[in-house]
Design a protein around this ligand. Sequence first.
Ligand code: PLP
Length: 397
Amino acid sequence: MSIKFSPPDISEEEIQAVTETLRSGWITTGPKTRELEDEVTSYTGAAETVCLSSATAGMEMVLRLLEVGPGDEVITTPYTYSATAAVILHTGATPVFADVKKGSFLIDPDEVRKKLTSKTKVIIPVDIAGVPADYRELFNIIEEMKFLFSATSPLQEKLGRVCILADAAHSLGARYRGCSIGSVADFTSFSFHAVKNVTTSEGGAVVISKIWGEEIAGIKKRLKVLSLHGQSKDALEKTYIGSWEYDIIEPAYKCNMTDMAAALGLVQLKRYRESLIDRRVTLFNLYNELLETDDRFIIPSGSDSCKTSSNHLYLLRVKNYTESGRNSLISLMGERGVPCNVHYKPLPMFTAYKNLGYRMEDYPHAYKQFQNEITLPLHTGLTDEDVMYISQMLMNN
Ligand SMILES: *Cc1c(COP(=O)(O)O)cnc(C)c1O
């Protein structure tokens, strides 16, 4: 038995699409990227999409767009990948961690309320494993605490409250109270990294919510300029007859998507919508059905009446386990041909964040989720028999 943890699901159709783009004579940001942007917009019900080189870049460009910087605070969860907090630090602002809800992998809205100050500009909830965060509660809190908010940029002024930027690296295709992720938060950043549900090898997309109204076109333009050197025209626009001249509005960043990546993403997104997303539901439910029979395990929460998960990760927990017990189980599973992982080691446990003064003791619920968590393989290359084998190996331990 040799099972992979999360290989990309690439068919001949993706290979052909990328090859066609290579032969087309246009390989950087151009028609394919625009097409993918339109597809993501229609899939997520957002107003507009800008495809970039990663979800990380997307989150950072949104913070730059809002002019978040030194002296500002951005609230996020300690239970995430480092990218979520690193982008805050890049801007010079301070990440403020709000612990997860007891027994959950998601940020606790009550903790967010406690951490809100007049310096808070943005909240970045993370849809861990593809399960949407508690957006309604988060929006209620920022409305309730609006009196504290103090805008320091024109867009912040327009919004008139703290902005919600969703880290939706896991949750493309997920739904919250009947709305697709992408049309819930003010901005949403999706990842198309190699291990995500839909991949462009490396890539991501920021989507702009309809809430921005007449600002939408300007925001889209601004995100494009910020992500391409601060240049007033992109490469394709410069090829139009007599259109060579451009301005550099500011010395900005370089994180655009290539058309090769977009060509891959277009086929991936189509296959995801047609069948891959459903296959994930089946695999997730099969794990649940098998592992529920063993009361040593805490089954992960997935979809319920208000949330539809994208089933990106299977985050199993083992009752009464500590870090060392969990780590031995991962080694044992490895010996039996089943690679497992941990999502995530909370950020305050890492050197970089310790050096910044964060202490794990301040986030007890995040630590409890982490210490007995083991992530099982969950991807569309698995057969039902693979899932049965993995579950049997776990139950036999
Ligand atoms: C993968 C991931 C990211 C980063 O995505 P990139 O596209 O690689 O930048 C951010 N947040 C979370 C929770 C992730 O899992």
